[in-house]
Design a protein around this ligand. Structure first.
Ligand SMILES: [Zn+2]
Length: 501
């Protein structure tokens, strides 16, 4: 009897150990990352009563919401946001310093790569793209490393940067929309020929009557979200994502919300429609995930790359401080001021992008000027410009006499090779307006809550229902997902793993 008991105890302990081991390495079949471009956190509550039960509300009512997720760097723009979500780090480390930034002395587009060619199109301008400028790994890269590249990782979006940067370096594919030819395309960075399922979906897109009507302006309509969701569902089926032995990852970014916001602003019929239609697209995507991967077998998260300010006229109409910041005027005023102070200089400002001033170091040297002197004169001028809270020399940012919370965000966003020389923070409610701006539209890029407070929802595999109000950051998303997957964090991750309490 005693022997029997010992044998039983050994077997029992063995079974416990085995199931514990099994548990440690349990993973969802699929991770689905969803980024909604320009989605302010407060849209969740503004539209809650109008949302259906199966889209955003599935995440809110059954998943977990971090109600105070902030972006802890500046500038708050698309390419940086998408990259920071998936790398768990900021421009100081991942090097994606804007939609456009400085590489080897030239201002380049974040994903441009002249060494690759479009696949699925001859549109060199829209197709020669890759993650070549990204300096850090993503969640997807880590997943691929962990499984000896057996996991599949795919990025899908209307915008190239919103498909490429989330998916990472070792992704199996990233697909984005060639609006002119009404086709999802990729580049030779990933493959030489589109898979059959993409070709099949593209055949449908060419016949899409709504798309034909609006042409290259498709991003201004909720239809672009339907097309993106359908592409994500086509990827799910075509690649059998979440149906193999290893965890796969699908990164889906909805970008029409940003295009619509820039044109029509944060409030009103167009933005209402954009979010209520997107809600239906999400419901369709979740239904497909339930059917193909199984409810509870996938882990989903939803967040945004940045928010947006309320339109400045709208704010002023309601007696709140707001206004416009014209970088073109400031640039010409700045050139004149430098010329009158230092004598006969010209073209010393290479560009102003997202409230950052890129001085032309080559020109400055050619004209026999001292860079530090030019910078000091420029800062003096900018300090006299109205409606600017802070002017900061990036190189002196650590000692700048400004509130630590802003200093921190400036430093986190600063990559000394790529970010330029000087950054300004406009007063609250003031934002950049140019010839391209719509008078009723909006933009983003600043540290303020309207641009920096984003939704963060988790849903599905091992995610309880609940919410948390403590401040968390965009950089916490990647380590949280990696912790749930029990894989190493991306290689420049600085965020912390969040608990669902
Ligand atoms: Zn935008």
């Amino acid at each position: 009897m005693k022997k029997f008991f010992i044998l039983f105890a050994i077997l029992f302990c063995g079974a416990v150990e085995m199931s514990a081991q099994g548990k440690f390495n349990e993973r969802p079949k699929l991770v689905v990352g969803i980024v909604v471009d320009q989605m302010r956190w407060d849209y969740l509550s503004i539209y809650y009563d109008k949302f259906g039960k199966d889209g955003f509300r599935r995440l809110l009512d059954q998943g977990y919401s971090f109600d105070n997720c902030l972006i802890d760097y500046v500038p708050t723009v698309t390419a940086i946001g998408h990259t920071s979500v998936y790398t768990g780090t900021t421009p100081a480390f991942h090097g994606i310093c804007g939609n456009n930034f400085l590489v080897d002395g030239k201002i380049v587009y974040c994903c441009e790569d002249k060494s690759v060619k479009p696949v699925g199109s001859d549109n060199q301008k829209d197709g020669a793209m890759s993650p070549v400028n990204l300096l850090a790994t993503t969640i997807g890269d880590q997943l691929r490393l962990h499984t000896d590249f057996r996991s599949k990782v795919i990025g899908v979006s209307y915008k190239d940067r919103a498909a490429i940067l989330p998916a990472g370096h070792s992704a199996n594919a990233a697909y984005w929309l060639d609006k002119k030819n009404r086709q999802f395309i990729t580049s030779t960075y990933y493959m030489q020929e589109l898979p059959q399922w993409v070709k099949d979906y593209n055949k449908e897109l060419v016949k899409h009557n709504g798309f034909k009507e609006v042409g290259e302006n498709v991003g201004l309509y909720p239809m672009a979200g339907q097309i993106t969701a359908d592409m994500a569902i086509a990827a799910l089926t075509g690649e059998r994502l979440g149906q193999g032995n290893e965890t796969d990852m699908l990164c889906v970014s909805f970008s029409q919300t940003d295009v619509i916001g820039h044109k029509w602003g944060t409030r009103g019929q167009h933005t209402d429609e954009a979010y209520l239609e997107l809600d239906k697209d999400l419901a369709r995507l979740f239904k497909a995930l339930d059917e193909k991967v199984g409810k509870g077998n996938y882990l989903a998260f939803l967040t945004a790359d940045h928010g947006a300010a309320h339109n400045n006229h709208y704010m002023m109409d309601h007696k709140m401080g707001a206004g416009e910041w014209h970088s073109a005027d400031i640039r010409s005023g700045l050139e004149k001021h430098i010329a009158s102070t230092l004598g006969n200089t010209k073209n010393v400002v290479k560009g102003i992008i997202d409230y950052r001033f890129f001085l032309d170091h080559k020109e400055i040297e050619k004209q026999g000027l001292d860079l530090q002197r030019v910078k000091a004169v420029a800062i003096d001028y900018l300090r006299q410009c109205p409606h600017i809270s802070f002017v900061v020399d990036f190189e002196q940012a650590a000692m700048a006499p400004i509130p630590p919370v802003i200093r921190h965000r400036i430093l986190m966003g600063y990559n000394f090779r790529r970010s330029g020389d000087i950054i300004v923070c406009p007063e609250p409610g003031y934002y950049e307006v140019g010839q391209w701006s719509s008078p009723v539209g909006t933009t983003h890029g600043e540290w303020n809550p309207y641009d920096a407070h984003i939704p963060l929802l988790f849903y599905g595999w091992k995610v309880p229902h609940g919410s948390a109000s403590q401040e968390v950051h965009i950089t916490d998303i990647a380590p949280t997902v990696c912790s749930l997957l029990r894989i190493q964090q991306p290689n420049a991750c600085i965020g912390g793993s969040l608990r669902f309490d």
